[in-house]
Design a binder for this molecule. Structure first.
Ligand SMILES: *Cc1c(COP(=O)(O)O)cnc(C)c1O
Length: 498
C-alpha cells in the first residue's frame, strides 16, 4: 500500500510515512485506499485476543512490514505487564444501550498509550527498512497526555530520542509531574510560555524549516513526529474500534452487521478519525459523534461547514481537548474533497492566512451523513460525572464525561437509540481534583493537592488509585527547561547539547 500527501504530494511506503511523519509539502500521509475487512473477518475477530485483532488490522496497511515483525512489535507494545487489564482495551456496560471503551489501562493512564506503546517499534523498524542510520529524533507538542505517552514509549529505545514541548500553564499537575519526572537518557521535556496551539504550530514550523533540519542533520539526527499527524499513531487506533465491535458480538449485545454509534471526546481529531477509517474499511458504524468542550470549533464546523479559529481560547477541565486547530481533520477533508489535494491545500492556506475556511453546503451534508457533533461546558461535564457515578455507578474522567454528555444530548435530539460506545480516553485519576469536585462538590477539594485528591477520590468511590499516580509523589523532577514560544529551535539545540 502506498501513501499520498493530503496536499497532493508523491507516494511513499508505509515505513516512510511512519519514519518521516509529515509529507514534504506540509500535508499528512493518507493510505491510497481503505483495505476492506469483510463481515466474515470481523466475526472472526471475536475469537481473537487484542494482539491478534491488532495484527489482522495492521497488516492490511503495513505492507512493507513482515507478519513476524508486526507480531513482535505488538507483543512488546501490548504486554500484560504494561497494561493493567488483560483485555488491553476492555468494554464496560454502563446502561442498557451504552458501553464504555476504556483506553486508559496503559502505563500513562491515557488513550495515547494505545498508539505510543507501539509507535517506537514501528519507527525503529521503519528506520532499518529505509537504511536510516541517523538518530531518529522525535519532536512532540502535547496538550498533556501525548507527551508522557511518547516519553514512556521512546524512553531508552536505541537509535531514538524524544523531545516534548508542553504549554507550561496548560496541563494538570499530574500531567506535568508525569512528564518532568520521566527517566531515560534520551528524553527532553520543555515547558513553553504559550498554549497548545503555539506548541503545535511551533513544532510544525520546525519540521518544515530547512535551516533547522540542516542543523539537526549536522548532529547526525533526523526529525520525526510522534504527534497524531503521524500515520503510525493512527493505525493502532483503528484496531480498538474493531475490537470494541468484536466484544459486543461476544456479549451478544449486537448481531454481526448491526450498526454501532461511537462518541469520541475530540481534540486533534486523531481518535475519531481512526473510527472513520474503521468505518471505511467495513466496520458497521452508524454515527460518529464528535464531542468537544467549550473550545467547540469542531461542533460549529460540523453544524455549518465553516472552520473558524477566530474565537476565545478557553482553559477547561478537559485540557487534552483545549485545541482550536485540529490537525487530523485535514485527513477527513481530503476524503471530503474527493481526494483533491490542491483543494485541501487551498483550505489549509486559508486557515493559515485568514484563520478560517468554508467547505460549502454539499460537502457539509456529506460530512453530516456520518458525523454528528456536540459540546458541553465544565459545569455540564461535572454534572455528567456525578450523574453517571450516582445512577450507573461508573466513575469517568472529565474527557469521557464530555462525550457521555454529548451522547445524551444526541439521543434526546434524534431519538437514535442505536447501541453506543463512549470512548474513554483517560483514567479519572489523571484529573482527580476535577473528578472529586464533580462527585463531592467544590468544597471537598479545598486545600488538597493532587495526591490528596486521589486518596479522597478512592475513599469516596472505592475505585483504586493506580500505582503510577502513587509513584509520582516520590519521583524526582528531572526536567526543568522552559522557553518562549518563538525560541523553540534554540531550545531543542540546547536540549540536544546536554
Ligand atoms: C489526546 C486526548 C484526547 C483527544 O484526542 P484526539 O485524538 O486529539 O482527538 C481526548 N482525551 C484525552 C484524555 C486525551 O489525552
Amino acid at each position: 500500500m502506498s501513501f499520498f500527501s493530503t496536499r497532493g504530494g508523491a507516494a511513499v511506503t508505509a515505513s516512510q510515512a511512519i519514519l518521516y511523519g509529515l509529507a514534504p509539502d506540509g500535508g499528512l500521509y493518507v493510505p491510497a485506499m481503505f483495505p476492506p475487512i469483510s463481515l466474515q473477518k470481523i466475526g472472526k475477530l471475536a475469537d481473537m485476543d487484542y494482539r491478534q485483532r491488532a495484527c489482522a488490522i495492521l497488516k492490511t496497511y503495513l505492507e512493507d512490514f513482515t507478519i513476524p515483525e508486526i507480531e513482535e512489535a505488538l507483543a512488546a507494545a501490548y504486554d500484560e505487564k504494561k497494561f493493567d487489564d488483560p483485555a488491553i482495551a476492555p468494554m464496560k456496560k454502563i446502561d442498557d444501550e451504552t458501553w464504555v471503551l476504556e483506553l486508559f489501562h496503559g502505563p500513562t493512564l491515557a488513550f495515547k498509550d494505545m498508539a505510543l506503546q507501539l509507535l517506537p517499534h514501528l519507527t525503529t523498524l521503519s528506520a532499518k527498512k529505509n537504511g536510516e542510520e541517523r538518530e531518529v529524533s522525535i519532536l512532540v507538542a502535547t496538550s498533556g497526555d501525548t507527551g508522557k505517552a511518547a516519553l514512556e514509549g521512546f524512553k531508552d529505545v536505541p537509535g531514538t530520542s524524544c523531545t516534548v514541548f508542553y504549554p507550561s500553564d496548560g496541563v494538570s499537575d499530574v500531567q506535568k509531574l508525569q512528564m518532568t519526572t520521566t527517566g531515560g537518557d534520551n528524553t527532553h521535556v520543555i515547558g513553553i510560555h504559550g498554549n497548545f496551539d503555539d506548541a503545535q504550530t511551533g513544532v510544525k514550523n520546525l519540521f518544515s524549516s530547512a535551516e533547522f533540519n540542516a542543523q539537526v542533520n549536522a548532529r547526525g539526527k533526523v526529525l520525526s513526529s510522534a504527534n497524531s499527524i503521524n500515520f503510525g499513531r493512527l493505525v493502532p487506533q483503528i484496531v480498538y474500534y474493531f475490537s470494541a465491535y468484536a466484544d459486543l458480538l461476544n456479549e451478544g449485545a449486537i448481531a454481526l452487521g448491526d450498526q454501532v454509534n461511537f462518541v469520541v471526546p475530540t481534540g486533534n481529531f486523531g481518535n475519531i478519525l481512526a473510527a472513520y477509517y474503521a468505518r471505511n474499511m467495513g466496520l458497521p458504524v452508524g454515527k460518529l459523534i464528535c464531542a468537544s468542550n467549550r473550545n467547540n470549533v469542531l461542533t460549529d464546523f460540523f453544524r455549518n461547514g465553516v472552520y473558524d479559529t477566530r474565537r476565545t481560547f478557553f482553559k477547561t477541565t478537559s485540557p487534552s481537548m483545549d485545541i482550536l486547530i485540529s490537525s487530523n481533520l485535514e485527513r477527513l477533508l481530503y476524503e471530503c474533497a474527493d481526494r483533491d489535494g490542491s483543494l485541501v491545500a487551498t483550505w489549509m492556506k486559508q486557515l493559515k492566512e485568514c484563520y478560517t475556511y468554508a467547505i460549502g453546503e454539499q460537502r457539509q451534508e456529506w460530512m453530516n451523513d456520518v458525523f454528528d457533533a456536540g459540546y458541553c461546558d465544565d459545569m455540564q461535564c461535572a454534572a455528567e460525572i456525578r450523574a453517571r457515578f450516582e445512577t450507573d455507578h461508573y466513575l469517568m474522567d472529565t474527557h469521557t464525561a464530555v462525550a457521555s454528555h454529548v451522547l445524551k444530548e444526541y439521543r434526546e435530539k434524534t431519538g437514535d437509540m442505536t447501541p453506543a460506545v463512549v470512548v474513554s480516553t483517560a483514567s479519572p485519576y489523571k484529573f482527580a481534583a476535577d473528578v472529586l469536585s464533580a462527585v463531592e462538590g467544590k468544597e471537598a477539594v479545598n486545600g488538597l493537592d493532587a495526591f490528596q485528591c486521589s486518596e479522597m477520590l478512592e475513599k469516596v468511590t472505592g475505585v483504586k488509585v493506580p500505582a503510577q499516580v502513587k509513584a509520582l509523589r516520590t519521583l524526582p523532577v528531572r526536567h526543568k527547561q522552559q522557553c518562549e514560544k518563538d525560541a523553540m529551535a534554540e531550545a531543542v539545540m540546547e536540549a540536544f547539547g546536554k
